[in-house]
Design a protein around this ligand. Sequence first.
Ligand SMILES: [Zn+2]
Length: 186
Amino acid sequence: MIFSPLRTYLSAGHNNSDPGAVANGYKEADVTKIIRDSIAENSSATDMVLDKDWETNRQYQGRIKPGSGSVLLDVHLNAAANPTTRGVESYINKKDFADKNSMSSKMADEINKFLSITLGISNRGVKPENNSQHSSIGILNLGAGCAVLVEVDFITGKDAVDNILKNKDIIGKGIAKILKKYDDMK
Ligand SMILES: [Zn+2]
């Protein structure tokens, strides 16, 4: 049997000690775990590396060693003051953003389009990391050849989480397929 050294790294943003955004009775960390697990269950990849729920971002990022042949996805939910604000957006690092043909640009665009259609929400686009509340995002700069942070929808949006939970198998299958496609290309 041949094992691919080119791994896929999949993580649920936030963790047991850092719930992320909290709204409408949901914690971001709980919803991202559900999405991560659905992607993992629906993936045929045998070499996928997942974060552990008790790990802090620093612990997870210190444990994994993504190479240029690796694909990485970190799953989050967005938050806004207005409950009508909805939509999916993805972040990639500055270098990948500067190249529209980079794997990260393409995978982020594909994930946005898939989630926008599946969830019936707007596609807010692919954005550079410094367009977020941070100047850079650590997990997007660990050396993976293809690295995307996706904000699936707004946890603050009315019915957004219910919509995600209702469609979690479709989300899992669709994103697993996209990750596999980019893993095979890298
Ligand atoms: Zn988050």
